[in-house]
Design a protein around this ligand. Structure first.
Ligand SMILES: [Zn+2]
Length: 134
């Protein structure tokens, strides 16, 4: 796994493991440092911004005018969707597939390209047409 992807995974993992915790960016940097993950404040901010855009976390205004972040279970729909298209009958099956999200982040780390709609079309044979072939 690429180094940068490991970093973004660590940020995601924090929120998945602490679903009810509100954490500031600074505290998150400290938490990751304690886990032995060297990550700059700027990088943490970048990951938090991306996760907010995805709806994976919410940005929450705190009383002291700073802000924190918390896991959100209201993730945007139509994300992480695999479209399985049958080349024989043109049937399209939609399937949610969580690893697509990780892949979209890795693509941005590698190329700078931000995937806004992580949807992948795979072409093949549906169960019905597969049976007909045999
Ligand atoms: Zn088919």
């Amino acid at each position: 796994m690429a180094y940068k992807t490991q970093q973004s995974k660590s940020v995601r993992d924090f929120f998945l493991k602490h679903k009810n915790t509100i954490i500031t960016a600074d505290k998150l940097v400290l938490y990751l440092e304690r886990k032995g993950i060297a990550i700059s404040r700027a990088t943490v901010y970048r990951h938090l911004k991306t996760l907010c855009e995805e709806g994976f976390i919410n940005r929450i205004e705190l009383l002291d005018n700073s802000h924190g972040y918390r896991y959100s279970d209201k993730q945007k729909k139509n994300r992480n969707v695999l479209l399985l298209k049958c080349s024989q009958c043109n049937m399209v099956m939609k399937k949610r597939y969580a690893p697509l999200r990780e892949m979209a982040i890795e693509i941005e780390d590698l190329t700078g390209f931000r995937v806004s709609r992580d949807e992948i079309v795979l072409t093949g044979l549906c169960n019905k047409c597969k049976r007909k072939k045999n």
